[in-house]
Design a protein around this ligand. Structure first.
Ligand SMILES: Cc1ncc(COP(=O)(O)O)c(C=O)c1O
Ligand SMILES: [Zn+2]
Length: 391
């Protein structure tokens, strides 16, 4: 088959914890083995095939659906897209100069539909939900995922219920309502909001698109990894720094590179994956420090980087295993460091980043100070969203 064929190589879903297989042609959620309940992931039938030539690449769409054979599709799939993905990888020379770095790049996700990388996950999740017969999707969200879900649901003609902490910045709420979705505000954090979805979904026939509780959001998020490889000439950087809440993008990029390697498009070298979290909510950082396999829930999680206010990520085992396999680590930053990070990105590079993006730059500076990253290394910062909604 041509390397740029439109025919998906999707084969099966498997549990990321116990390996149990699941049929991708029916609705799936998480692993049904009661002692497991791990996240499921799509597996593709991959064998080496030539990397697309420059001429072939020039004919492909510049968006998250660029490499369709690596996406969860059938030949009849009606792709629900708003043109997400295809974001720039910007060289950040002024930022580099400030910290004495040789080569730093920003994967700038702020230009996505609804202003964040959550659009990538929702294009695939909503496309699949529609295809598999869902009528209403529902999710808990710390902010950006709710707006993205509401937008893609509107475009698909699906109902959408968003459960959000009451103290989420106002713009996130207005956005959800503007797209015609039902907003439930809750006096609690995202995990409490998740319980509301879980309690009502059977009775109300909602399809739960909570982070990694269905297998397709990660398929959209992984496309950041495809793009990064192509944008750097099929050679991955030394370090990737990612603001980690539920961790979908981090595990997604790792998955993308494994798929590209199986095709023979990239080699076995991988970046060290760095998770950045705010000090007020750093379950992944604690687990890495304590060499634990699971995260412990953080009580009274606080941070103004609302997307990172995830007290205990559902896919903790997957996140921790990727960080460890990559020889990476996790680092916590303060609220002031996050603000300073946002300011540097804006004043030095012209990027009005979400606090989560500011956290990434703050994390990079901490790693440098701790000697965990060398100034000569090639570093990619993921700015996951735009700052405009947080104003
Ligand atoms: C801007 C932004 N960055 C990062 C995250 C965390 O993403 P993930 O759940 O993939 O770790 C979120 C989640 O809400 C977000 O909105
Ligand atoms: Zn399992």
């Amino acid at each position: 088959m041509c390397p740029t064929s439109n025919t998906s190589l999707l084969e099966i879903l498997t549990c990321t914890v116990c390996g149990e297989p699941y049929d991708p042609q029916s609705v799936q959620t998480i692993c049904q083995k009661p002692d497991c309940a791990g996240p499921l992931a799509a597996r593709y039938a991959l064998e080496p095939r030539p990397r697309p030539s420059a001429a072939e690449l020039s004919k492909l769409p510049v968006n998250a659906w660029r490499f369709k054979q690596l996406m969860p599709l059938t030949p009849k799939t009606n792709i629900i897209t708003l043109g997400e993905g295809g974001t720039p990888l910007l060289q950040a020379n002024r930022l580099a100069a400030k910290a004495g770095l040789a080569s730093i790049w920003i994967k700038d996700e702020s230009g996505n539909p609804t202003g964040s990388f959550k659009a990538r996950g929702m294009t695939t999740a909503v496309t699949r939900a529609l295809e598999l017969g869902a009528e209403t999707i529902a999710l808990p969200t710390a902010g950006n995922a709710g707006g993205a879900a509401a937008a893609y649901a509107a475009r698909a003609g699906l109902g959408c219920v968003v459960v959000m902490p009451q103290d989420t910045p106002t713009m996130f709420k207005r956005e959800v309502r503007a797209f015609g979705a039902t907003l439930i505000e809750h006096d609690g954090l995202i995990d409490d909001c998740g319980k509301i979805v879980a309690r009502q979904k059977e009775e109300k026939q909602w399809f739960d698109v909570s982070t990694l509780k269905e297998p397709y959001r990660v398929e959209g998020k992984k496309t950041m990894g495809f793009e990064m490889a192509e944008q750097l000439g099929w050679k991955l950087p030394d370090v990737v720094i990612y603001p980690t809440g539920g961790g979908t993008g981090l595990v997604g990029m790792w998955k993308a590179w494994a798929e590209m390697e199986a095709l023979g498009w990239i080699g076995p070298e991988r970046p060290r994956m760095i998770a950045v979290q705010p000090q007020g909510c750093a379950p992944v950082v604690r687990a890495i420090e304590q060499n634990a396999d699971r995260c412990e829930k953080v009580d009274n999680a606080t941070t103004h980087a609302s997307g990172l206010r995830v007290p205990c990520p559902f896919a903790d085992r997957w996140i921790l295993s990727v960080i460890r396999k990559s020889n990476g680590t996790a680092v916590a930053v303060t609220e002031d460091e996050i603000r300073a990070g946002v300011s540097d990105l804006a004043t030095l590079e012209g990027i009005f980043a979400a606090p989560e993006g500011g956290a990434v730059w703050a994390g990079a500076r901490r790693l440098l100070e701790a000697g965990l990253m060398q100034p000569s290394e090639t570093i990619v910062l993921i700015n996951t969203g735009s700052g405009y909604k947080y104003v």
